[in-house]
Design a protein around this ligand. Structure first.
Ligand SMILES: [Zn+2]
Ligand SMILES: [Zn+2]
Length: 498
């Protein structure tokens, strides 16, 4: 996806990674806490990682992409979409909380599953790790013990980096209380070779084994994970990249405590969703959020990838699923589609000509006939049907009113507003229409008709739209007329002209 002589940013990153780090195998890491619907901001991380992994492979490196689902993170609070009785689960690991909708194995899986399906649709291959499984099988045991032994050093690193003072009894390890199931309410009182002694706010005290008895606090967990999974490259939201942020502390903990070279960082900016002209930062807890699955119902996966990869990670993306999406598809098709493919923008119009009267249903044979009248030959039936499906969904979900129209079966009452000049232009136009005229010839014919009767071009275009659609604007007129049955158009124009 390099443009001209410029190398794509993913290629540049891959080259830097290979220059700086000579390892047998590169591991590009991504991850998410599945505490709510996973949204398109999270997808940026995955798509960046996928591009870098592919660029590494292209250069002959051995590389894989991993995805760590933070299923062992605690539920932070009862989100608005959760029932009231979920108050009792706040503080428990997500993997140990029931699915709020009862359909999956647990809370974490409920939000993870649709995201994994989306990755499949995007053809992005990952090696999946679930944090709860890693902890339960003891993958973190040594790292936890080491963190407790070096607690003072880690506390100093975090305090220095953040400029804050963590409490004297701060611990890098959060045991899960055997009685109440929370890991946010326990305090470590001591440890031995296999686990930690704790007291919980619920009044219970006990022993939490390093294997499955609790988890490292976030900043320490992240650094420990790099070594445990051999991570060499990692994209992450720029919030983690600020001075004193979790990447800064991660680097020091990784080097000074775990003796591991931290991964090559790829900080990336947010995706800002533009809905109805308003901008809103995507966040799964703040509510402004389109789940990835829903986006993929409307946006073809290759377009979504393109929309994200065309912008460098350090720049924010304003994602406008309305007209913005249409321009991105135009751009994508100019670069990658065959010249004789029916453009998506044209399909958006054709679909609206293919609706059965008084129905939302689209008749594919009508759409196809309109495509052929406008000069296209549908060679790949399946690809065409796919475009029709996406165009239809886009019209329903994100298209602005200006893109929507309905071809009127009978002369619309608005035709009464036509001036004598406009009527004369329609009469001239009716007499010049021929079956095989191209979109461009039709466009020019409208201007010629206007000139012929001495009205402005714009007024002739308005007349065309009013006669056919009952409103003064519509799709690009040349392409529109080219897609219609000329005999029908001729009759309508004459009828409108009185
Ligand atoms: Zn479920
Ligand atoms: Zn407890």
């Amino acid at each position: 996806m390099s443009s001209g002589t410029n190398k794509h940013w993913a290629e540049e990153i891959a080259e830097k990674v290979l220059e700086r780090r000579g390892v047998k195998k590169h591991v590009v890491a991504t991850g998410i806490t599945p505490s709510g619907h996973i949204h398109i901001g999270n997808l940026r991380e995955i798509i960046i990682a996928d591009a870098v992994r592919n660029a590494l492979l292209k250069r002959g490196a051995d590389a894989e992409m991993i995805y760590v689902a933070d299923t062992y993170d605690p539920l932070r609070r009862r989100y608005p979409f959760l029932p009231e009785n979920y108050e009792e689960h706040v503080g428990k690991p997500l993997s140990e909380i029931p699915d709020p909708e009862g359909c999956c194995e647990n809370y974490a899986e409920h939000f993870l599953n649709p995201f994994l399906e989306a990755l499949e649709e995007l053809s992005i291959e990952i090696k999946l790790y679930r944090a709860d499984e890693l902890y339960k099988r003891g993958a973190y045991a040594d790292a936890i013990k080491m963190a407790l032994e070096r607690r003072d050093d880690i506390k100093r690193i975090i305090d220095e980096a953040t400029g804050r003072r963590s409490p004297e009894d701060w611990s890098p390890f959060n045991p899960i209380c055997e009685r109440c199931g929370r890991l946010t309410t326990t305090k470590v009182k001591g440890f031995d070779a296999g686990g930690a002694f704790y007291e919980c706010e619920c009044g219970h005290g006990g022993f939490a084994p390093f294997k499955g008895g609790g988890k490292l606090t976030w900043r320490v967990d992240w650094a420990a994970r790099w070594k445990i999974l051999g991570v060499t490259v990692e994209p992450f939201g720029k919030d983690h990249a600020v001075a004193g942020g979790s990447y800064d502390t991660g680097v020091r903990i990784s080097k000074e405590i775990y003796g591991y070279e931290p991964p090559f960082p790829i900080p990336f900016e947010h995706i800002i969703l533009k809905l109805g002209g308003r901008l809103a930062k995507m966040s799964s807890s703040a509510g402004v959020n389109i789940p990835v699955k829903e986006i993929l119902e409307v946006v073809p996966p290759e377009i979504l990838k393109y929309a994200i990869l065309r912008t460098k990670p350090e720049r924010h993306i304003e994602f406008d699923p309305s007209l913005g999406l249409l321009s991105i598809i135009d751009e994508y098709e100019r670069r990658f589609a065959a010249a004789d493919d029916v453009p998506f923008r044209h399909v958006v119009m054709l679909v609206q000509l293919g609706r059965r009267p008084h129905s939302e249903e689209v008749d594919l044979s009508l759409v196809r006939a309109a495509a052929e009248r406008s000069g296209y030959v549908v060679k790949d039936e399946e690809a065409f049907m796919r475009k029709v499906m996406y165009a239809e969904r886009w019209l329903r979900r994100f298209a602005p009113e200006s893109m929507k129209f309905e071809l009127k079966e009978a002369l619309p009452p608005e035709a009464e507003t036509l001036t004598e000049g406009q009527k004369a232009a329609l009469r001239v136009l009716a007499s010049t229409l021929r079956d095989n005229m191209t979109a461009e010839e039709l466009h020019n014919a409208i201007y010629a008709a206007a000139e012929n009767v001495g009205i402005k071009g714009a007024d002739a275009f308005k007349a065309v739209y009013i006669a056919l659609l009952g409103k003064p604007s519509g799709p690009r007129a040349g392409w529109f007329l080219a897609s219609l049955d000329k005999e029908f158009v001729r009759r309508r124009f004459l009828e409108a002209a009185g």
